[in-house]
Design a binder for this molecule. Sequence first.
Ligand code: AMP
Length: 194
Amino acid sequence: MKRVCVFLGSNPGTKPDYLKAAQDMGAELARRGITCVYGGSNVGLMGALADSALAAGGEVIGVIPTALQEKELAHTRLTEQHIVSSMHERKAMMAELSDAFIALPGGMGTLEELCEMLTWAQLGFHKKPCGLLDVDGYYSCLCAFLDNAVGQGFIQPLHRTMLLSAPTPGALLDQFGNYVAPVVNKWIERPQAL
Ligand code: AMP
């Protein structure tokens, strides 16, 4: 695993544990010689992740759309910073560059990015692992939602297992090392062809 993409809050959140988790993730990726791919910003948890990975001697690749760069939110000390024209282009490039995807605590942007990678995974468009860094149970509501969706017949049980979760960066990255993507038909009850 050479490059891991991290989605995380452009805000720091209310608990110091969130900031620490972003810093720990950056340091752990650097320690393992894994390049960190992320949204290229210098604010919130995003900035903390990049600063920590760089401080630990790691490589960091940012992918930021012009609209955000123009607001002076772009990190200026990254190993590489790609300026792209749209959010769609950015997500496609982050996906292309990366061997795995992690969501740390964050808001709408983080959720949207994670869900797109999971959606592509369950359609078999990629076989890369996706995981949550579940800091202080931040993602327990999302996990409960997904478990309910399985119970209600909207998500295949095996597709649910595609979202890994761990409380520490090391434990999550270890799980990624053993991950084999399940092969399942996306549709739970495909109508009979006439
Ligand atoms: P959010 O969770 O809503 O704070 O959004 C964070 C995610 O959306 C990150 O993973 C980024 O890829 C993207 N994003 C949101 N805000 C920014 C920003 N100010 N600069 C760069 N990327 C951002």
